[in-house]
Write a protein that binds this ligand. Structure first.
Ligand code: EPU
Length: 366
């Protein structure tokens, strides 16, 4: 059952989201109006949503779809809010995925299939797999956000990407009202990209995600900094748990904790250029940090270029560039979406002028 609570009731409760939330959840899937999103985006931008629904199952989504007043509103699907920049108040319906649960589903000769509901916290899920003695996801430890959001941008870090372990996922299709199951190929994963950022962007709500974890596990130490970290702490071949701890240590050293300093992780993608463009740049900048891709193109370290432009540790109004990683923009207090975009544009312009390369913003802009 779906209740639409009187707008004026929630207007009064606007400044007291917590209290309002308790009321809402106690009345099944209640919809709240003018809901503050500040605590729901890790950048900490103050903005409201015209309507908000905490989603605990696909039945909630079916109910929204069946309600003309709601189904015609613009939608924003929210997980952990860790890859989101709100440019202002959202004049639509926020669907906040809160479904919980994780389990071992099945196994074959080579893999064990595990599944988690979209509302599960990603890092807690990774830690749970390790406790079950199911290695594979350890390089992706401590990435902020939810399980349901992870496939959207094909999260990646320290030599691994989600797609390397992805099995399938279930999503609710707002266009047809159907529940669909898709495999890896259908998701069209690429570097920080998938079909859910493209054709299915305003259509699909991911409900649960399954992973195929290898029975014959091999440590992935392809990322030089991770290998170095482990050689300083572990003498023999590292376990998955030790790799997870090393990744956590590196992340804590270099990246701001969103619970302490508002941020959305890497703010730009690492741009990919042709080998010809790379050769020209390398001649001019012999220190250029770059990674040759399997197809011969070259990925450039955006953080290095931003650093070279002198932005590291600098601020423009309420938004700054992190002191230890120039790819991360941070909220110095009271930042608005417009403040974030102002700094982002200034950085993009400097990098374009100096290196002739366009930086693409990585988080979702709403
Ligand atoms: N660098 C600098 N100055 C800086 C930042 C980086 O010179 O201020 C240099 C580093 O020394 C290094 C290179 O640039 O040689 C790359 O830096 P780093 O290893 O920190 O990785 P990154 O390419 O900046 C990417 C991901 C991160 C992920 C790390 C580790 C993207 C957009 N970002 O960052 O992902 O944790 O690799 O795998 O691909 C995220 O997506 O939110 C995120 C944090």
């Amino acid at each position: 059952m779906l209740y639409i609570l009187a707008e004026n009731f929630y207007a009064a409760a606007r400044r007291y989201n917590r209290a309002a939330m308790n009321t809402a959840t106690s009345q099944a899937q209640a919809i709240a109006s003018h809901w503050s999103l500040q605590a729901l985006n890790t950048f900490g931008i103050a903005a409201t949503a015209r309507a908000y629904l905490r989603v605990s199952s696909s039945a909630d989504l079916q109910a929204v779809r069946a309600n003309t007043a709601l189904s015609t509103l613009p939608r924003l699907v929210l997980g952990g809010g860790s890859n989101l920049i709100l440019s202002g108040d959202f004049d639509g319906l926020v669907l906040h995925l809160a479904n919980q649960g994780k389990r071992i589903v099945s196994e074959d000769n080579t893999h064990i299939i595990v599944s988690a509901q979209a509302g599960e916290n990603w890092h807690e899920f990774v830690q749970w797999t390790l406790v079950q003695n199911l290695p594979g996801l350890e390089n992706l430890s401590l990435i902020p956000g939810s399980v349901g959001a992870a496939p959207i941008q094909n999260i990646g870090a320290y030599g691994s990407e989600l797609k390397d372990f992805f099995h399938s996922l279930t999503y609710f299709d707002f266009l047809t009202g159907e529940i669909c199951v898709v495999d890896r190929e259908a998701c069209r994963f690429a570097y920080r990209d998938s079909i859910f950022k493209q054709e299915l962007r305003d259509r699909a709500v991911i409900l649960d995600v399954s992973f195929a974890l290898p029975k014959q596990w091999q440590p992935n130490l392809s990322y030089a900094e991770l290998k170095h970290e482990l050689t300083t702490t572990v003498v023999v071949a590292p376990t998955a748990r030790e790799i997870s701890e090393a990744v956590i240590a590196i992340r804590r050293r270099k990246l701001p904790d969103p619970a302490v300093i508002g941020n959305a992780g890497s703010f730009f993608k690492n741009p990919v250029v042709s080998k010809e463009v790379h050769a020209v740049l390398l001649e001019k900048y012999p220190q250029l940090v770059s990674y040759v891709q399997p197809d011969g193109s070259v990925k450039l370290a955006a953080g290095w270029m931003i650093d070279q432009c002198g932005w590291k540790g600098k601020s423009l109004g309420a938004v700054g560039v992190h002191e230890k990683q120039a790819l991360v923009l941070i909220n110095r207090g009271g930042a608005s979406g417009a403040d974030v975009l102002k700094l982002a544009r200034a950085i993009q312009e400097d990098v374009r002028q100096r290196f002739g390369v366009t930086l693409e913003i990585e988080p979702v802009l709403v």
